[in-house]
Design a binder for this molecule. Structure first.
Ligand SMILES: C[S@@+](CC[C@H](N)C(=O)[O-])C[C@H]1O[C@@H](n2cnc3c(N)ncnc32)[C@H](O)[C@@H]1O
Length: 484
């Protein structure tokens, strides 16, 4: 069921891509990737920064889903795109509409179907796809994948169990597993890369090798056939995985992001379905678990994320700030271009340049606020730790904009505000406006309440003179020169 071969580029490997994965993937050549692992957030449409979630247990995920996926114009447009097509996938979407109506679930499924169909097209004939989800939507997603991949391509439903955290719902069982749907591009039983994983033998399994031959080798015998302990690979891993702890339980590995998956989980998937040198793609790569595991295992990798902060985190996680990142400004000129071509994308990116600030998640006016942060320490002489940011993409921002932002900072009782422009904004009148609000003191040091900063400063490595900030995704104080 492979789609038409489109002429496109093979994605540059060992690189990160910033933006919607659908847009990037649709530019790339068919049959270029060996393994795709995707862990999409339920709230992706609403939140550009779903590296974190306030609650992850129990029905919180369901609520996040229900709050986010509504039938709106974008969903109707997606549906219409399918409705105008022929083929099994379009027919399935039309069928789902009859069952689900114009609902949040249908909105989500149309969003996922567009992206999963692209994933399928990108896979080589020997490739495979792993979709990480949970029981909120694993059942319709499996149906969608069955249609996209075709009969006989479904390999396994892996249940990844993790230990209980919290109390769970008052009624009903505490959900403590995720679902991984594993498909191969080829329907042939022997096609596709598969290296069976093993876990070490348990003590009781080892004890069964109770006999010793004349060379001192331990073995067991069944129907006259000897099996040696030193030749045993271990126990083949079944389809329920109980031996992998969540990332949050490892102090070494955990960066503080709720949705971070454990490296061991990704390593097992990558080692099972790829060979050294193969290309691994994660279209929702978050804080980079897949790319980190792929890199350690000698695979080529590509990560896409719609959050520029995620891209920053990954470069820091891999301790390599030279990793190529496509789609984000790399100099002042490309930043200026982005401010014109994609104003909201620019605002989001610019706020993410401000250490400790998180951009607005919705593309709607928010009283002149484009991002928020929280000071790590309580100011000595101010009652809140709130910090606000506003971004101006226009070439010559009017002085009124700075005045209006100064009022917003006052009105919201923020400890400070940062006004971000593309080029330095340092006129005499701007200096006068900035001098008006009193300074605050943190740990005895004075800081301006109204700050200005520019993208030109960013490219010249001049950070804004702000007090220490919390990482808005983990709530922890950021170490000097680090995002963690
Ligand atoms: C659940 S997290 C992935 C976590 C990841 N597996 C890890 O271990 O860090 C989902 C990620 O998808 C990103 N995202 C949401 N919508 C996206 C889209 N349309 N294209 C690309 N990335 C997207 C979010 O920014 C978020 O970082």
């Amino acid at each position: 069921m492979s789609g038409p071969l489109v002429l496109g580029h093979v994605p540059a490997d060992n690189a990160l891509y910033y933006g919607d994965c659908l847009e990037w993937m649709s530019k790339w050549a068919s049959e270029s990737v060996d393994l795709i692992y995707l862990d999409p957030p339920f709230n992706s449409k609403q939140d550009y920064n779903m590296l974190y979630s306030a609650e992850v247990a129990g029905d919180a995920q369901y609520r996040a889903f229900a709050d986010t996926w509504v039938w709106d114009d974008a969903a109707a447009d997606r549906y219409e795109r399918f409705d105008g097509q022929v083929g099994d996938t379009a027919r399935a979407i039309r069928g789902l509409r009859r069952i689900l109506g114009e609902s949040g679930m249908l909105a989500y499924l149309t969003y996922m179907t567009e992206r999963l169909a692209e994933c399928h097209r990108l896979l080589k004939p020997t490739g495979s796809l792993w979709l990480h989800c949970d029981p909120t939507a694993s059942h319709p997603l499996k149906m969608v994948l069955d249609v996209i991949f075709g009969p006989g391509r479904f390999r396994n439903e892996i249940i990844w169990c993790y230990p209980p955290k919290g109390r769970g719902p008052a009624k009903g069982f505490h959900r403590k597993h995720d679902v991984l749907l594993y498909y191969s591009k080829s329907g042939h039983k022997t096609a596709g890369t598969f290296h069976r994983p093993y876990t070490p033998l348990t003590a009781s399994a080892r004890a069964k090798f109770s006999m010793t031959d004349q060379d001192g080798r331990k073995y067991k015998e069944f129907k006259g056939r000897r099996t040696y302990l030193d030749e045993s690979k271990g126990r083949p891993v079944p389809s329920w995985w109980t031996d992998i702890a969540p990332a949050g339980q490892s102090r070494i590995e955990y960066l503080g992001y709720e949705t971070q998956k454990p490296v061991k989980l990704l390593s097992r998937i990558i080692e099972t379905c790829t060979n050294r040198g193969d290309l691994v793609l994660d279209p929702f790569c978050g804080c980079g678990t897949t790319v980190s595991a792929a890199r350690s295992l000698g695979r080529r990798w590509v990560g896409i994320d719609i959050s520029s902060f995620a891209v920053d985190v990954i470069r820091e996680r891999l301790e390599d700030r030279t990793i190529p990142v496509y789609g984000i400004p790399y100099d002042l000129l490309s930043a200026r271009r982005m401010a014109v071509d994609d104003p909201f994308g620019f605002e989001t990116w610019a706020v993410n340049r401000l250490r400790g600030f998180v951009p607005n998640t919705r593309q709607v006016a928010d009283g002149g606020i484009d991002g928020r942060g929280r000071l790590a320490d309580q100011p000595d002489d101010w009652h809140t730790r709130l910090a606000l940011a506003q971004v101006k993409g226009s070439k010559h921002p009017p002085i009124d904009g700075l005045r209006a932002f100064s009022s917003v900072v006052d009105h919201r009782k923020a400890a400070l505000g940062c006004y971000v422009t593309v080029d330095p904004f340092d006129t005499e009148s701007a200096r006068r406006v900035r001098a008006q609000p009193a300074r605050i003191h943190v740990g005895g040091y004075p800081y301006r309440r109204l700050n200005r900063w520019s993208i030109a400063d960013y490219f010249d490595n001049r950070p804004p003179p702000l007090p220490p900030m919390n990482n808005p995704y983990t709530g922890r104080k950021m170490a000097q020169d680090s995002l963690f």
